[in-house]
Design a protein around this ligand. Structure first.
Ligand code: ATP
Ligand code: MG
Length: 174
């Protein structure tokens, strides 16, 4: 079957964006296809996810970029340097031909806070290998990214247990 590489975006203010990306990683891994996950906010993948991924180490590579920042930190120069480093890694992974699926988790924030140039990123994404599937997650996906994507899902927050004062639950939140 011919592979048509898709650009996919999971955005919105509801829970489930990163979880959906992980589900897709598992689905690819189930086919024995290689997946690369780049975490753009350190700690955005929790203990439960990291341990699960470890069991698929032959199929899923995980890279952690950044330093746990919110992309609104006091050291803008360092943030920009790390953003560029992460983006360069993402491009390498997309160009390598190694991966069926590349997941850029919380990448929208780099665009939203203008840590990276949106046009440059969109051009590079558009020029990726034609078989390369890419998932981008995070709130505030810029309009131009939504426009460029083949699949966009917006998670809408209707209720979250935190609002009722319920603490984060093991296996659900971490
Ligand atoms: P998950 O990692 O559970 O799939 P996510 O990737 O959609 O969530 P993020 O925006 O990355 O969500 O935020 C991560 C954390 O913020 C998670 O612990 C999540 O439960 C929490 N969160 C997400 N949406 C809400 C919300 N509407 N209210 C409160 N907390 C939220
Ligand atoms: Mg997330």
């Amino acid at each position: 079957m011919e592979t048509h590489g898709l650009l996919m975006v999971f955005t919105g203010n509801g829970k489930g964006k990163t979880t959906a990306a992980l589900g897709m990683a598992m689905r690819s891994a189930g086919h024995g296809l290689k997946v690369c996950i780049i975490q753009f906010i350190k700690g955005s993948w929790t203990y439960g996810e990291i341990e699960a991924i470890r069991r698929y180490a032959d199929c899923i590579d995980l890279h952690v970029m950044g330093r746990g920042f919110t992309w609104k930190s006091d050291n803008l120069e360092e943030d920009r340097r790390l953003a560029l480093e992460g983006w360069n890694l993402a491009r390498q992974c997309m160009d390598s031909g190694t991966y069926h699926l590349v997941i850029l988790d919380e990448f929208t924030y780099l665009l939203h806070y203008k840590m990276l140039d949106l046009d440059t990123c969109l051009k590079a994404l558009a020029k990726r290998r034609k078989e390369q599937h890419v998932v981008i997650t995070g709130r505030y996906a810029p309009d131009a990214l939504v426009e460029a994507a083949d699949l966009v899902t917006e998670m809408q927050a209707i209720k979250h247990p935190l609002q009722a004062g319920i603490k984060a639950q093991r296996g659900i939140e971490f």
